[in-house]
Design a protein around this ligand. Structure first.
Ligand code: FES
Ligand code: MG
Length: 576
């Protein structure tokens, strides 16, 4: 076997430091937990523990750790759990994206700092999985991803509900006066019925499916509900695979190749996955030295339709996709568009794992390739003088008639400005206008919040209008829908043209033509640029915030920190 650190395969506690006093001391301390020499001489599988009192999406992590440990020990290795920070979408001020790179750094450094021959990454909630894979890719230790799994659906007055497409739907109905205060309080108890990640095709589900497609997860590991026996069995299998990885030099870089990322992008498009997925995959690929080509991604989307009937693009929930066979049912439909020879964590190829998975029953969650839910991929990339570096629109969750639209801009200069004015009775806005939000990008907010899902101004919503074209440099939750242009690059706070839009300008969106155009002359834009001022953030002179603002990259590069990304040696997709 080839080695990876010049000294042969790492083995347990001897993986670094001198073999004399430093090893003696390390063993003395860990024996304080009652380990025997027999245990300590085995390969070590680290297990990243991301349980937190603030993270309901990870409430089952203690159970999963027990199951992973069982798998590791059945395979003859020693499991050692250790904590890192945990990020829940709703408890991450100012944004979870702001903290993702911190978690990636924590994960990378703790894998590096402690002796381990392989690592099980237990993540789930949106930012945690990309953070862990970014960290593991940089640490260069064999790794396998386990997700906590989706929550089950709840019931509100016999209607099936789940976080959090239905949260938005009920809140919009409440704002429009259709759902009263009593009922909205009632539904609040029903939306998150237990442990696990959002049960729709939000970012957590999207990352779970794309990471399984990437080859970094046990086969079938993406969809089993958080509280199911299947989920614990997957955790046990994950432990067994990790023990196997600990004795083989199968590094993340051998799995996360250009072709593997292309498979992941294909799945992202076919699932109608979250727009956040493209940012995270760009960041993970970046850690592997690969640049993600947005235009090539768009070209895949012209060929690969949405097949998965899950909210918000469709009607169902993750537990239904699990019952329909999970990821492999999607992969089978996509077979001619996949690289089947990509290696996975099991040491077998994606194609071999697909052949080994059970098949052959009727289901109505994954549509056949030739009768899709939506004729193109879930996302499209638009460009133009308003977004020279590109912008993303989730076309499968948009209003078809608005995908080609010309309208008058109504500009909000910040999230605070929007919050203050959007519901004002005297706001000068009509249903055909285009809502524009500035300063909500990676630097602007900071942390690129999910503010792209701008509320429909109350006076417009009250007339029954459910959607308008909305444009920003922000992100959007994967659970949201609407005709919403996101990730405008470069962002306004970095001096992008978005900063120059004024109320009354005309904007043209042409998604079929992949165009986003601000109908203002170059001369006028140059004139406006003279008075551009970048926003100044309170507290930006110290600590993590300073690091973030000084080094964060734009959305097309995954919003990673510039100093964490190695030089690019390849492109994704490779062959198109
Ligand atoms: Fe954690 Fe949705 S809030 S997955
Ligand atoms: Mg989310």
């Amino acid at each position: 076997m080839t080695d990876r650190d010049g000294r042969g395969l790492r083995k347990g506690l001897t993986s670094y430091g001198d073999a004399g006093f430093s090893l003696f001391l390390r063993k003395a301390f860990i024996k304080g937990m009652g380990y025997s020499d027999d245990a300590l001489e085995r390969p070590i599988v680290g297990i990243v523990d991301t349980a937190s009192g603030y993270n309901a999406c990870h409430a089952n992590v203690p159970d999963l750790i027990e199951a992973v440990k069982r798998g590791v020990m059945l395979a003859g290795a020693l499991p050692v759990p250790f904590p890192t920070i945990s990020i829940h979408e709703s408890f991450s001020h100012p944004t979870s994206m702001f903290l993702r790179n911190l978690m990636a750094m924590d994960t990378e450094e703790m894998i590096r700092a402690q002796p381990m021959d392989a690592v099980v990454l237990i993540g789930g909630c949106d930012k945690t999985v990309p953070a862990q894979l970014m960290g593991a890719a940089s640490a260069g230790v064999p790794a396998i991803q386990l997700v906590t799994g989706p929550m089950l659906t709840g019931r509100h007055r016999s209607e099936r509900v789940g976080a959090c497409t239905d949260c938005r739907r009920f809140w919009a109905r409440h704002r429009a006066g259709e759902v009263d205060a009593t009922e909205i309080a009632e539904v609040n108890d029903r939306l998150v019925p237990g442990a696990g990640t959002c049960g729709v095709m939000g970012t957590a589900s999207t990352m779970a499916l794309t990471v399984e497609a990437l080859g970094m997860m046990a086969p079938g590991g993406a969809t089993a509900p958080a509280v199911s026996a299947d989920r614990r069995r997957i955790a046990e299998t994950t432990g067994q695979i990790a023990a196997q990885l600990a004795t083989q030099p199968l590094l993340p870089s051998a799995i996360m190749t250009e072709k593997a990322f292309e498979n992941a992008l294909t799945v992202l498009l076919a699932t109608g996955g979250s727009t956040n997925g493209i940012v995270h995959l760009a960041a993970i690929a970046g850690r592997c030295g690969l640049a993600l080509d947005l235009d090539a991604f768009d070209r895949i989307g012209r060929k690969v339709p949405v097949l998965v009937d899950l909210k918000p693009s469709g009607q169902n929930y993750m537990e239904d996709l699990h019952a329909a066979g999970g990821l492999v049912s999607i992969l089978r439909e996509l077979k001619p568009h996949l690289h089947l020879d990509c290696l996975t964590v099991t040491g077998r190829t994606l194609g071999e794992e697909m052949d080994a998975a059970p098949a052959g029953w009727q289901q109505d969650i994954v549509a056949p390739f030739d009768a899709p839910i939506y004729p193109e991929g879930g996302m499209a990339v638009v460009r133009g003088n308003l977004a020279p570096g590109g912008a993303i629109v989730k076309q499968s969750a948009a209003t078809p008639s608005l995908l080609t639209h010309r309208g008058r801009a109504v500009v909000f200069s910040s999230i605070a400005d929007m919050a203050e004015r959007v519901d004002a009775p005297d706001l000068d806005v009509g249903p055909d206008d285009v809502l524009v939000l500035q300063n909500a990008g990676p630097i602007g907010a900071p942390g690129m919040p999910e503010a792209g899902y701008m509320p429909i101004p109350r006076k417009i919503a009250a007339t029954g209008v459910k959607d308008m074209v909305r444009i920003s440099d922000a992100r959007m939750s994967g659970t949201a829908s609407g005709t919403i242009v996101l990730h405008v690059t470069p962002e306004s706070a970095a001096g992008g043209p978005l900063a120059l839009v004024r109320t009354g300008d005309m904007i043209e969106l042409d998604v079929p033509g992949r165009r986003l155009h601000l109908d203002v002359s170059d001369a006028e834009l140059a004139e406006r640029r003279l008075s551009f001022k970048a926003p100044v953030h309170e507290g930006s002179d110290r600590g993590y915030k300073k690091l973030f603002l000084d080094t964060v990259l734009q959305a097309d590069e995954g919003c990673d920190f510039d100093f964490l990304v190695p030089e690019k040696t390849g492109r994704v997709p490779k062959d198109r």
